[in-house]
Design a protein around this ligand. Structure first.
Ligand code: N85
Length: 833
């Protein structure tokens, strides 16, 4: 019998020394076949596309892993400063095509698939989205880590590995029905479980104070019910630069001894069942995009993310520097994606003091120079507040620390404003009155060195409004970082025809320096170029039609203006205003007012939070109006209204290349930034929009004449609130009267009495927070300008080119460079291949 033991004490070198993987079609082809036949054990009898997708993905994934290890080693060797992006959501979408693009093997893979007789498009489309986010905030995190890798910055994403991602949306009888998204059902080739980095997380129990072995008083958190956080790592490749960063997602599991205790008590089955309790923590993503719900499970999720991630970072530090935290703050920083992970402020204090023995002041100095907080909304209903009682039960040590932070902070406030009791009450981390609550945004502000908004207007409103007291105290903490999107996924990968035309015209430098798109403007008078631009866009529109065809069974002409609004359904985003305009167009057709008509196809898509009554009613209204319009022979090609079900990242990749007009019509002051607006612009769509969020900066970049502006400004909105009279506005506007009349008489709900009463009443209410009626006339007029522009094909093409050419600012490469230059101060690390 040969010995099964390794001969040497360190056998690792001998098995770690791998030959480099080839990037040529034949080499990739060989790996695909080998994975398919050997690892997956399939042959010609297998009819499922899935295993072919898996074989190809494994081949691609190996090539990522090679670079991943080199990146890891390069960071280790440099002992460089690192940043950590803490987020409850990473809305990654699909991985395969992006990985191919960033590895620079898309042509080789195409060739390999062609030679094997495989349909690459079909394989790519068989991948489920990683829908680990709600909307803008989650997708921003995904674009950010893409840019960090492309800029070769040592940044790790930390998030949660939800078993169920964002629900799938079905439309049944015009209404949204939610179906659970079990995205891991068929396994996930892109993740690697790392049991060796498992962390232990405490919940419940109580605290005790004792003297430690050195005679110092120390707090112990005891009798807790612990859970394990197991990391699953996902590779995040930069654009053709050898860097592969890490997204580390935590899964909650039960500890072994938890079972054992129960087992000894004789209740084996109960104890195994209790495992579920632990695993429930990362079972499901909460599907609210603008509403905090105060559920205990959600607080457990937040704490698990914060605690596991911080323990992980501290373990890495201690592995290298021992228990010496002197330089910790110089070498680490944490960007908090909204308040969702802001419990990290208190948790870092706990770990440094209770576990690593630092004194309060030293721990606080580290905390407030490593944490930075990004705010994503001004909506009061989205501001997180946790009940102090819940905190005491679930995280007894953390609430003690929060109270201590608050006491010290409030004494700073009263030193600055002696006797100003109302200011102290306003600024306290604890909201009084009935039940006490922790104001998580205030905890994040007090515990951070930076507070930023996500567009200029939004950051200004934070300083003047929501966080004004804090701005007065620490003006230097506040700053703006206008959002962006990654041009790799949102132009190169999703619109390869346009990308190719751009590259042929100006070279390929734009992929990593999007400001170079500006050069396209030199070609707007080149007839051949403009014709090609038009042809590419028409082809994208045709593809969008084809993609939806089986599902929708509606004939749409590519010559119609494709007018698109896709985003979460929310009253502030005003899908209702869009519908009012559609009803107005329908009414014009029925009245025969169609001289110089522009055919239009209005596409609306988005998910409503399952508990958001009005948002669900809006979906029903869109579908009912669509049903009437699309089946009216008198309307014909002039107007179509389509609700796109189950909007998600992979859907946007198909939608944004085919849009002519991008609807960004939120009530001014309510949309923090918006990022869909940037994706559309980058792909050559024109925007109709209010002066809200990043629309303002988009308009600045493209120029007033290339943007369809309408609506009240934020200041006008606020001053109108006290004397807003929508009924009077309706009375004075004949078109609007007719639209409201169609709604009120039940024209769109003939056999469903009164179902839209809630919508009608909210529109007509003087307290409508979104003042939709006030912007109707201005919106309709701007839409007329859109039609005029669209009728002049040459003018439209030029405007389209100008929009794309000026989208350079909205690359997350620019955004991340600003985060890095002003806040993180990391040095890029080259990875040698
Ligand atoms: N904000 C956003 O997407 N917010 C959330 O998804 C969200 C989830 C959640 C859960 C968007 C609990 C409580 C509150 C919550 C803004 O609306 C966009 O304007 N909020 C902005 O472009 C985007 O964040 C990225 O900054």
């Amino acid at each position: 019998m040969p010995h099964r033991r390794f001969k040497k004490s360190h056998p690792i070198e001998s098995i770690s020394n791998l030959p480099e993987l080839g990037m040529k079609p034949k080499e990739i082809e060989g790996d695909i076949k080998s994975y398919y036949g050997h690892r997956l054990g399939r042959d010609e009898n297998c009819k499922s596309v899935h295993y072919v997708y898996e074989a190809l993905s494994l081949a691609v994934s190996d090539r990522l892993t090679e670079r991943w290890k080199k990146t890891y080693n390069a960071y280790r060797k440099e002992d460089c400063k690192r940043a950590y992006y803490l987020s409850m959501e990473f809305l990654m979408g699909r991985t395969l095509s992006n990985a191919m693009l960033n590895l620079g093997i898309d042509d080789a893979v195409s060739q390999a698939c062609y030679d094997l007789g495989l349909d690459l498009e079909e394989l790519i489309d068989s991948e489920p989205d990683a829908g680990l986010g709600n909307g803008g905030l989650g997708r921003l995190a995904a674009c950010f880590i893409d840019s960090c890798a492309t800029l070769q910055l040592p940044v790790t994403g930390y998030g949660l590995r939800y078993e169920y991602g964002m629900f799938s949306q079905l439309i049944v009888n015009g209404e949204q029905v939610e179906e659970p998204d079990h995205w891991l059902r068929n396994g996930n080739v892109w993740e690697v479980q790392r049991l060796e980095y498992t962390q232990r997380i405490k919940f419940g129990g109580h605290t005790e104070t004792h003297l430690d072995e050195k005679g110092n008083s120390r707090v112990y958190w005891v009798d807790s019910h612990d859970v394990l956080a197991v990391p699953f790592d996902v590779p995040v490749p930069g654009y053709q630069n050898g860097t592969v960063n890490t997204l580390r997602l935590w899964k909650a599991t039960a500890t072994d001894e938890f079972d054992l205790q129960e087992f000894n008590a004789g209740d084996y089955a109960e104890s195994v069942a209790a495992k579920n309790g632990a695993e429930n923590i990362t079972m499901v993503l909460y599907p609210n995009d603008a509403n905090e719900n105060g559920k205990e499970l959600r607080l457990r999720q937040q704490y698990l993310l914060a605690s596991a991630s911080l323990q992980d970072v501290l373990a890495l530090w201690i592995g290298r520097h021992g228990n010496d935290f002197t330089d910790f703050a110089e070498k680490n920083c944490f960007q908090l994606n909204d308040t969702h992970p802001s419990i990290a402020v208190a948790e870092l204090m706990r770990l440094l003091i209770d576990i690593h023995g630092l004194k309060w002041d030293a721990a606080w100095a580290i905390t407030k120079s490593t944490m930075a907080y990004t705010n994503h909304t001004l909506l009061p209903e989205a501001l997180e507040r946790w009940s102090v009682n819940l905190f005491k039960q679930l995280l007894p040590r953390l609430i003690e620390i929060i109270f201590e932070i608050n006491a010290r902070f409030l004494s700073e406030v009263s030193a600055r404003w002696p006797g100003d009791l109302s200011r102290i009450a306003r600024m306290s981390l604890i909201e009084e009155g009935g039940q006490q609550h922790v104001r998580m945004a205030y905890l994040a502000i007090v515990g951070s060195y930076s507070v930023n908004g996500v567009a200029e207007l939004h950051s200004k409103l934070l300083q003047q409004g929501l966080f004004h007291d804090f701005y007065e105290l620490w003006p230097e903490k506040f700053n703006n970082k206008t959002n962006g999107v990654t041009p790799r996924r949102w132009l190169a990968a999703c619109n390869p025809e346009l990308a190719e035309l751009i590259t042929e015209t100006i070279g390929d430098g734009w992929l990593t320096d999007l400001s170079l798109l500006k050069k396209l403007e030199l070609h707007i008078d080149d007839k051949v170029f403009c014709d090609r631009w038009y042809a590419v866009q028409q082809a994208a529109k045709q593809r969008l039609i084809d993609y939806k065809k089986q599902e929708l069974d509606i004939d749409v002409s590519v010559n119609a203006l494709f007018d698109v609004q896709v985003k979460r359904i929310h009253e502030y985003k005003r899908q209702l205003l869009n519908v009012l305009h559609v009803i107005h167009l329908y009414d014009r057709i029925k009245r025969g007012d169609t001289a110089n008509w522009t055919d239009r196809c209005v596409l609306i898509g988005g998910k409503a939070a399952p508990g958001y009554y009005m948002a669900k009613k809006i979906i029903k209204l869109i579908n009912n109006v669509a049903n009437v319009i699309n089946h009216d022979p008198e309307v014909g090609d002039k107007l179509k209204l389509i609700f796109l079900p189950n909007y998600r990242v992979s859907a946007m990749e198909k939608i944004c290349p085919g849009a002519d007009l991008s609807e960004q019509i939120s009530t001014a002051g309510k949309e923090a930034s918006g990022t869909g607006n940037m994706k559309f612009m980058m792909n050559g769509a024109l925007t109709i929009g209010t002066l809200d969020g990043a629309n303002i900066e988009i308009r600045e970049e493209v120029g007033d004449e290339n943007f369809f502006l309408f609506g009240l400004t934020e200041t006008e909105v606020e001053s109108l609130r006290n004397n807003y009279d929508p009924v009077a506005i309706i009375k004075q506007d004949e078109d609007l009267q007719r639209v409201m009349n169609l709604l009120e008489c039940g024209h769109f709900n003939q056999f469903e009495h009164n179902i839209f009463d809630g919508i009608v009443n909210s529109l007509k209410s003087p307290h409508d927070p979104w003042i939709t009626i006030a912007d109707f006339r201005s919106f309709v007029d701007a839409q007329k300008q859109v039609e005029l522009a669209y009728q002049d094909k040459e003018r439209w093409i030029k405007m389209s080119i100008i929009n794309c050419a000026n989208s350079g600012k909205f690359s997350t490469d620019r955004t991340i460079s600003e985060y890095n230059n002003e806040l993180w101060k990391l040095t890029p690390v080259k990875v040698n291949n």
